[in-house]
Design a protein around this ligand. Structure first.
Ligand code: SAH
Ligand code: SF4
Length: 354
């Protein structure tokens, strides 16, 4: 099967063209057509000679994703279900904020980490997405915006869709290099956030890249007993290892890390956990920001409920009083299954029951 040309970094495309007897400057021309003029057919690339076009057509596709479902929420959030060439379904979400338009991308078909509260972990990972399929999600959304005709651009990216991005590291890095490159989409590294469930050695590897991309760590509990109960990955990477990896990252990058904390009613939302969390983060409180996430109920996980508003506010107050920077995530698109993996898992169940 042909691969998507979106998966190639500028360096890889340049190298490929040179190896195939083409001139180096063609790479920038092709990228202008892909990312500035945003055509979806090689034949529309007007200043590229026939030889080169045929070569590209023989080896690459441009757009591989097909829109299967699009749901629009009252708050402007749009959720796309895309079909991959092999028939697998993935989710991509477009959110509108005062600071710009943000896209949440998927990195794997399913997820093997299997967190007990997450809809994506129910179906095990069937495969990694390649970098072309990850960039392709941004391009499908950008093409949708282009067609809307309001001169809108995707300005922010969060890698928080289905999958564990650090379990698909090389494709993630290629994706980041493509979207961030000033010669293409030019989405600023500081406008991109990668969220991980905490693969400690990959956090260190990511630190070594010294990119300006933001890191978010899904912590969700302040001690090993509780964290292992809700995230079994904690057995492999317990909190002490995570905190050491985080210290390493902070030393190398000096960039503020987001700590994600889902609030599950009567599970991890007491004052005790807020105090424990404050203690855990005390020595890095100037370089961390806790994002308190009201849990989005998932049908398959009836053991969990969203914390009550007063518990959420009390948790926030306790952290603040202890000098921890924090905020409560404003929810988007709850009316359209916007929690990660929900639309996909619903759709797969429907298909299976037919
Ligand atoms: N695998 C990565 C990135 C994808 S999940 C990770 O776990 O960080 C992105 C975020 O959504 C994580 O913080 C995850 O814990 C959170 N999440 C998953 N299911 C959720 C739900 N039902 N309600 C609220 N947040 C959820
Ligand atoms: Fe995978 Fe993240 Fe969901 Fe955990 S929360 S199952 S790591 S997608």
């Amino acid at each position: 099967m042909k691969q998507s040309i979106y998966g190639l970094t500028m360096e890889q495309l340049t190298e490929w063209l040179l190896e195939n007897g083409q001139k180096k400057y063609r790479a920038q021309q092709v990228w202008d057509w892909l990312y500035k003029k945003r055509v979806t057919n090689f034949s529309d690339m007007k200043n590229i000679n026939k030889d080169c076009l045929e070569l590209l057509e023989d080896h690459f596709e441009i757009e591989l994703l097909k829109e299967s479902i699009k749901q629009e929420s009252a708050d402007g959030t749009i959720k796309f279900l895309f079909e991959l060439p092999d028939g697998n379904l993935i989710e991509t979400v477009l959110m509108s904020f005062s600071y710009g338009l943000s896209v949440c991308v998927t990195t794997q078909v399913g997820c093997n980490i299997g967190c007990s509260f997450c809809a994506s972990g129910i179906l095990r990972k069937s495969r990694d997405l390649n970098s072309g399929e990850i960039v392709g999600q941004i391009m499908k959304v950008q093409h949708f915006l282009d067609a809307r005709g309001k001169d809108e651009r995707v300005s922010h990216i969060v890698v928080m869709g289905i999958g564990e991005p650090f379990d698909n590291y090389i494709n993630l890095m290629n994706f980041l290099h493509v979207v961030n490159n000033p010669k293409g989409l030019a989405i600023g590294a500081r406008h991109i956030t990668v969220s991980t469930s905490g693969l400690a050695q990959k956090i260190r590897e990511f630190a070594d890249e010294e990119l300006q991309v933001n890191l978010a760590l899904s912590l969700h509990a302040p001690n090993d007993e509780l964290r292992t109960q809700i995230m079994k990955i904690n057995k492999a990477f317990p909190i002490e290892k995570l905190m050491a990896a985080l210290d390493y990252y902070l030393e190398k990058n000096n960039r503020r890390v987001t700590i994600e904390y889902i609030l599950l009613k009567d599970v991890n939302d007491h004052e005790k956990e807020a105090l424990e969390l404050a203690k855990l983060l005390h020595n890095k409180r100037h370089l961390t920001y806790v994002n308190l996430i009201p849990y989005n109920p998932v049908n398959e996980h009836i053991q969990y409920e969203r914390s009550e508003k007063k518990s959420i506010l009390a948790f926030y107050d306790t952290l603040k009083k202890k000098g921890i920077q924090c905020g409560i995530r404003h929810e988007q698109g709850t009316d359209i299954d916007a929690a990660c993996g929900q639309l996909r898992s619903k759709q797969i169940k429907k298909t299976k029951s037919v």
